[in-house]
Design a protein around this ligand. Sequence first.
Ligand code: ZN
Length: 328
Amino acid sequence: MDITVAYFHQLFQPEVVKRDFEKIRATGAGSIVYALHEQEGQRWSRDLERGLRQAQDAGLKVYVSLAGYGNLFAGPLQMPSWYTFRHPQSRVKDRHGRSHGVSCFNHEDFRSWLFNEIEYYLSTYPIDGILLDEPRGPDITCFCSVCRALCPDITDLQHFRRRSMIDFFSELFGRVKRVKKEAKTSLVLLPQDLGMIDELAQMPHLDILGCHLFWQLLGEDVSKVEEWGRVVVEAARRYEKRSQLWLQNYNLDEEGEKSLATSFDGLLKAEPDAVACYYFWRNNVNPEHVWEKTRTLLRRIPRRQLYWQPTLSSIPAYRAPVGEEKAI
Ligand SMILES: [Zn+2]
């Protein structure tokens, strides 16, 4: 079972970053998720390059989340998309002509800007995969001029929105594979979007299907964790994708902390291919406790399951010379 840890921290202090990545690696994690915001490549490209390289040097694969791009995806900072702000014509328009604060994914300029960004980051920085974090569902039917031109039948616009969203993600993931064949693609949903899971899981260039099982934040009972988890794992299996279930180890008070073990058990009962959680993420009453508890829970994953090996491959596995293997 793989372990992924989201690292939503600055990369400016190499010594701190090195120590953090060593701690993350020591949990048995094989990858991190780093949230990339629109300005990072322009304003702190050196820090980004060095920080992501440090993760790889520590034995961690790097997944980059397109945080807040076009306001279509979630991200750690509540910062509006610079692109959407500067290109108001790209915004979604509802049936009353009101503009919403999110770019329409059918807008050609937005699409080509986003795909060029992906291409630039993948070909410039040490990145092993792209992750889409809680993408906005087709909640608002868009009546912008582009959508109207693509779907002249107004009565079909609502369905068109859903179809074109799948088309947009498919093209995005296809673009990732074209730029870097070995790069992985990942989509992480909120439980309220699980109704679309079959359509999403069928996308040919999608590798990992995940879900944020944030029961406490969503005001649900902890038993929901296993229920949601099973939906994701089963859909992933149906379409031969890997499943990834996220533990809510943030925003916890003392009571929430007590339920961490219960939610982790529910998550494991769903038998996912991967577990994911956060490294010192926001708003815990006892941040140190929560991380210590998270580490203890991750240790419950049997060590022999930590490294998944394909058994049908005829390509001999690379063996690191003695002394080069990283300690875990
Ligand atoms: Zn539109």
